[in-house]
Design a protein around this ligand. Structure first.
Ligand code: KIV
Length: 271
C-alpha cells in the first residue's frame, strides 16, 4: 500500500518563501522510476547535468547536450507530481549571452514541462539571470564549485577559502539580486556558507556546503551507492544499492549456469 500523501505542488515562489524556514530537501533524479521514489520526499527534484557522469559514463559534465537534458527531463517529469522540477542548462547552451540562454531555457521548459532551470555562474551570469527571470523563466543559480568550468579550474577543489571568499560571496549576491529564486552553493567552507546564507535573501541549497544552508542537495546515485567511480567526502551513503545489485546479478548468473533458474514456477506448461 502506498504511504504517499499528496502535497501541494511546489513552485519557485514556495521555495523562495522557505528562506530561513524548514530546510529544503532536494535530490537529483534522471529517470521515471527514480523520480517516483524521490517525489514523495523531496521539495525539489533536479535533473542535473551530473547525469553525464553518473548515467552516461562521461568524464565530466562538459559533454552533456541540451537533447540529453530534455530526454531525461521528460522521463523525470513523468514520475514527478509534487516536487518542483528543475532542469540544468548544459555547458555551451547558455553562456554566449542572454538570447542563447533564453532560447535554450524556453525549449527545455516547453519540451520537459519543468518549472525552472538551473545554470552555473555568479557575477558573469547576473545579466543572463535577470534577462530570463524578467521573461518568466525561474532560475536556480549555482556558485562556488562549478563543475562545467573544470577545464579552466583544473579540478574540483573547495572554493572560496581565505581571501577568495569575497569572490564567492559577490557571486551569490549578484545572482540573488538578478532575480534567482534560490542558489546552489557547491563545495565551500562552512563560515562562507553561513555568511552567504545570512546575506542573500534567497534560499541557499548546499552540496558540500555545511548545514548552515537553507536546504541540501545530493546526487541520488551518490547517496544510494549506485555511482562508485569516486566518492566525494561530503556525501553520506544512505544505502549500498550498487553492492546489492552486484550480489543479485552474481546470484542470477550462478543460477543460470547451474540451471537453477528458471524454476518450475517461472515455466509455462502446455495448455
Ligand atoms: O548536476 C548536478 O547534479 C548538480 C548538483 C550537484 C547540484 O548540479
Amino acid at each position: 500500500m502506498s504511504t504517499h500523501v499528496p502535497r501541494k505542488a511546489m513552485t519557485p515562489a514556495a521555495v523562495l518563501a522557505r528562506k530561513g524556514g524548514e530546510p529544503l530537501v532536494c535530490l537529483t533524479a534522471y529517470t521515471t522510476p527514480m523520480a517516483r521514489l524521490v517525489d514523495p520526499h523531496a521539495d525539489v527534484i533536479l535533473v542535473g547535468d551530473s547525469l553525464g557522469m553518473v548515467i552516461h559514463g562521461l568524464p565530466s559534465t562538459v559533454g552533456v547536450t541540451t537533447d540529453m537534458m530534455i530526454l531525461h527531463g521528460q522521463a523525470v517529469r513523468r514520475g514527478t507530481t509534487d516536487a518542483l522540477l528543475v532542469v540544468d542548462l548544459p555547458f555551451g547552451a547558455y553562456e554566449a549571452g542572454p538570447a542563447q540562454a533564453f532560447e535554450t531555457a524556453a525549449r527545455v521548459m516547453a519540451e520537459t514541462g519543468c518549472a525552472a532551470v538551473k545554470l552555473e555562474g555568479g557575477e558573469t551570469m547576473a545579466e543572463t539571470i535577470a534577462f530570463l527571470t524578467r521573461r518568466s523563466i525561474p532560475v536556480m543559480a549555482h556558485v562556488g564549485l562549478m563543475p562545467q568550468q573544470v577545464n579552466m579550474t583544473g579540478g574540483y577543489r573547495v572554493q572560496g577559502r581565505g581571501a577568495d571568499a569575497e569572490r564567492v560571496l559577490a557571486d551569490a549576491r549578484a545572482v540573488a539580486e538578478a532575480g534567482a529564486f534560490s542558489v546552489v552553493l557547491e563545495k565551500i567552507a562552512e563560515p562562507l556558507a553561513r555568511r552567504i546564507t545570512e546575506t542573500v535573501a534567497i534560499p541557499t541549497i548546499g552540496i558540500g556546503a555545511s548545514p548552515a544552508c537553507d536546504g541540501q542537495i545530493l546526487v541520488i546515485d551518490d547517496m544510494l551507492g549506485l555511482f562508485t567511480d569516486f566518492r566525494p567526502s561530503f556525501v553520506r551513503r544512505y544505502a549500498e544499492l550498487g553492492q546489492a545489485a552486484d550480489a543479485a546479478i552474481a546470484a542470477y548468473a550462478a543460477d543460470v549456469r547451474a540451471r537453477a533458474f528458471p524454476a518450475a514456477e517461472h515455466t509455462f506448461a502446455d495448455a
